[in-house]
Design a protein around this ligand. Structure first.
Ligand SMILES: [Zn+2]
Length: 93
């Protein structure tokens, strides 16, 4: 990959919002789902690995994925948001 413009790091168990469309990664979400989401923006997977965090003397294994895209934030395609809007007038009885 020649030009890397945007890089995101996904950590399993984290809650994080996608900088492009507001998609929320929930802490109980499968990391594969989150990686797939970034694929829809044209990201490529650079690295997947394990990270150990110590929580009260207990090791906690996390999966870390690093994704990158050559596109700048402005050029990243955003899925249409229009489906979120609900036409209240249409359901009037
Ligand atoms: Zn997104």
């Amino acid at each position: 990959m020649k030009k890397v413009k945007e890089v995101v790091q996904i950590v399993s168990g984290d809650s994080k919002r996608c900088p492009h469309c507001g998609f929320l990664q929930e802490s109980n979400m499968n990391i594969g789902e989150v990686i797939n989401h970034y694929f829809t923006h044209g990201y490529k997977l650079l690295h997947v690995g394990q990270e150990t965090t110590w929580v009260q003397d207990n090791p906690w294994q996390k999966t870390v994925a690093v994704l990158a895209t050559e596109l700048s934030l402005k050029k990243v395609k955003t899925p249409p948001q229009s489906f979120i809007k609900i036409d209240v007038k249409g359901v009037d009885k």
